[in-house]
Design a protein around this ligand. Structure first.
Ligand SMILES: N[C@@H](CCC(=O)N[C@@H](CS)C(=O)NCC(=O)O)C(=O)O
Length: 216
């Protein structure tokens, strides 16, 4: 499989974690999101994904987009180890956690949204960072309550094994740290992420150990 992504992309990070958990080998195709490269806006990349977003996973003849659709594809094609629980109600609960991150938090803090604030509304970096922190705080406060209610062992978002909710929270927490958000109000989320980040598939998917990682 070929994964088009970027070390700092949290949506790509989700897919890297799932590939690692399922023991699937993949090859990275770097899509540098930073200006002036801005590869996501090139004609070549738009031919792959007209939305201009990563990740894109190419599996043989299939070109897949949207990280959660990719995660579900991997779950269906490589069921072991399962990243969704057994019953429909439990599966819905895990998907709700993953979607709260992927649909309600992440898009508001995406690069193109932050750039729009900068270019169209003349926002200074302090204002952009305040925007970022606001949506993290709103989302994480609710996720903290979810984790206290749903985690079975204080080491996973739901129950006592790794699920798609865990695959989504770790990259979002890493992003929150990168933007210097205060995460001390969320001890349950911090404990869960600390445990997950110690697992090999999560550690090997971390941005700082990717081949394209750079400090800038
Ligand atoms: N809902 C999409 C979001 C993808 C997304 O926003 N990717 C970001 C990187 S994490 C991106 O490509 N941003 C490019 C840009 O904002 O120009 C998914 O889950 O795959």
């Amino acid at each position: 499989m070929r994964l088009y992504g970027y070390f700092r992309s949290s949506a790509t990070y989700r897919v890297r974690i799932a590939l690692g958990l399922k023991g699937i080998a993949w090859q990275t195709e770097v899509v540098d999101l930073r200006a002036p490269a801005s590869v996501q806006h090139t004609r070549e990349f738009r031919a792959l994904n007209p939305h201009g977003l990563i990740p894109v996973l190419v599996d043989g003849e299939h070109t897949l987009t949207q990280s959660l659709a990719i995660l579900e594809y991997l779950e269906e094609t490589h069921p072991q180890p399962p990243l969704l629980p057994r019953t429909p109600a439990e599966r819905a609960a895990v998907r709700a956690l993953a979607l709260a991150i992927a649909c309600d938090i992440h898009p508001l803090d995406n690069l193109r949204v932050l750039n729009y604030l900068r270019t169209q509304f003349d926002c200074e970096e302090d204002a952009v960072n305040a925007w970022y922190a606001h949506w993290i705080a709103l989302g994480f406060a609710a996720l903290e309550r979810d984790a206290l209610r749903l985690s079975g062992d204080g080491r996973h978002m739901y129950g006592d094994s790794v699920t798609l909710a865990d695959v989504c929270i770790v990259p979002q927490m890493a992003n929150a740290r990168r933007f210097h958000c205060d995460t001390t109000p969320y001890p349950a989320l911090r404990a869960i992420c600390a445990h997950l980040e110690s697992l090999p598939a999560f550690a090997q998917a971390a941005p700082q150990v990717q081949p394209d990682a750079s400090p800038a």
